[in-house]
Design a protein around this ligand. Structure first.
Ligand SMILES: Nc1ncnc2c1ncn2[C@@H]1O[C@H](COP(=O)(O)OP(=O)(O)OP(=O)(O)O)[C@@H](O)[C@H]1O
Ligand SMILES: [Mg+2]
Length: 397
């Protein structure tokens, strides 16, 4: 059998010179290569090993030694945790020594016999002890490596976790800053909407009170003039009647403008009937058919939100009249625990993508501002020659 390349470094501790000789000879002639060093006592062996603990890969120790015996030697070496396997040689009939040695942590034992049969398996016993220790060493270093990796991993995880929590913290700070700005913006928009509404109320009042009164007075004056003109003056009567009709028309127009500027019917009728009033008015003026559905008998929203819904509806219907060429409108207003939804669909030419995204579309921008000021969502879609859909969802508490 070819000899293996690597030699096993052995320290033989044996006081009997004859035994040292035959053991060395046996090992040298074995198929296993041993690099043998020998000494005669436990004390000598301890001092050799202490000088260079890594020099030996297996120790073969005789039990009967001068000074400390083999077992005592084994215990000292094991205590030092040098991880060098030890094989103890005991004489015949000293099995209990072998047992104590194994208990103490010795790798193996060999019982010497007078016929020297033990020499036959001595190299293998030594090699097994060596191999077993190599396995243990490999396992220990693998465990150490694993532990090291685990520690490194733990450090990396800790670093990453702290990086991550710093990022999360920064992000949540950014989010809350953003939310704050958004809230400020909403409040600003809301304030400007309120200002616009108040301005409209003022203009409506002025138109109604000033212009309305002047027109009423003008009508009265003309009626008086008319009553003073004899019926025979037909031409004058005709002119006066025409003027009175014109004034009547202007009064109606002024009333209409005032109503559109100030949705008073919201106060008197409530949102549901005010929306229906808009639909009737729209149908009357344009001839476009409508369908309007509500999921509840009454709508109970705060005044500001009601005005916004009313205005959005007004703008949507105005856009349909002006741009859609539709002949039918379907609308619905749905109110549930968490939100209100307004949906308006027409069957016209369909709003173009470019119009939806155009920031100069003042009417649509106004709708968006009103919806966003309540934290709501608005969705506008158009399909060429099929129509347009306006959908609004506003959260309510
Ligand atoms: N229902 C619709 N069908 C087809 N096109 C529409 C519809 N509604 C709006 N549009 C298109 O979107 C554009 C923008 O509408 P927006 O209401 O913003 O402006 P506008 O109605 O033109 O002017 P205003 O500022 O007086 O409202 C319109 O000019 C029109 O081209
Ligand atoms: Mg418009």
């Amino acid at each position: 059998m070819p000899k293996k390349e690597k030699s096993i470094k052995l320290l033989l501790i044996e006081d009997n010179e004859h035994d040292t000789l035959i053991i060395s000879k046996t090992l040298k002639s074995s198929e296993i290569i041993f690099d043998i060093r020998s000494c005669r006592s436990a004390e000598e062996a301890i001092s050799i090993i202490e000088k260079n603990p890594e020099e030996f890969e297996v120790l073969l120790v005789d039990y009967l030694l001068p000074g400390k015996n083999g077992l005592e030697f084994c215990k000292i070496i094991i205590e030092k945790k040098l991880e060098i396997p030890i094989v103890i040689l005991t004489g015949k009939g000293t099995l209990e020594v072998a047992v104590s040695a194994i208990k103490a942590g010795v790798s193996d034992y060999i019982i010497k016999d007078n016929q020297l049969n033990f020499l036959e398996f001595l190299p293998y016993t030594l090699r097994n002890a060596y191999a077993k220790q190599q396995e243990i060493n490999a396992r220990i270093s693998a465990e150490k490596e694993l532990l090291k990796n685990q520690r490194e991993l733990k450090i990396i995880v800790e670093e990453k976790t702290s990086d991550l929590s710093a990022t999360v913290k920064k992000l949540s700070e950014e989010i809350s800053k953003h939310k704050k700005t958004q809230k400020q913006l909403r409040n600003l928009i809301r304030a400007s909407q309120n200002d616009r509404e108040n301005e409209r109320i003022k203009i409506a009042r002025d138109i109604h009170d000033d212009l309305g009164q002047i027109l009423a007075l003008l009508k009265l004056n003309l009626s008086m003039v008319k009553s003073n003109i004899p019926p025979s003056e037909k031409n004058s009567h005709e002119t006066l009647n025409e003027s009175l009709n014109l004034i009547e028309g202007v009064i109606k127009t002024v009333q209409q403008i005032a109503v559109e500027l100030r949705p008073t019917m919201l106060d008197t009728l409530g949102l549901k009937d005010a929306l229906l009033w808009q639909c009737d008015n729209f149908k009357e003026k344009t001839g476009i058919k409508y369908e309007m559905n509500f999921n509840k008998k009454t709508i109970n929203l705060n005044k500001e939100l009601s005005i916004d819904i009313f205005r959005i509806f007004q703008e949507a219907l105005t856009n349909i009249v002006r741009h859609s060429k539709a002949d039918k409108v379907s609308a619905s207003f749905t109110e549930d625990k968490n939100s209100i939804t307004l949906n308006i669909e027409d069957n016209g030419i369909g709003i173009k993508e470019s119009s939806i995204n155009n920031i100069h579309s003042v009417g649509l921008t106004g709708m968006r501002e009103r919806v966003h000021s309540w934290g709501g969502k608005i969705n506008i879609q158009g399909k060429k020659n099929k129509g347009s859909i306006l959908n609004i969802i506003i959260p309510v508490k």
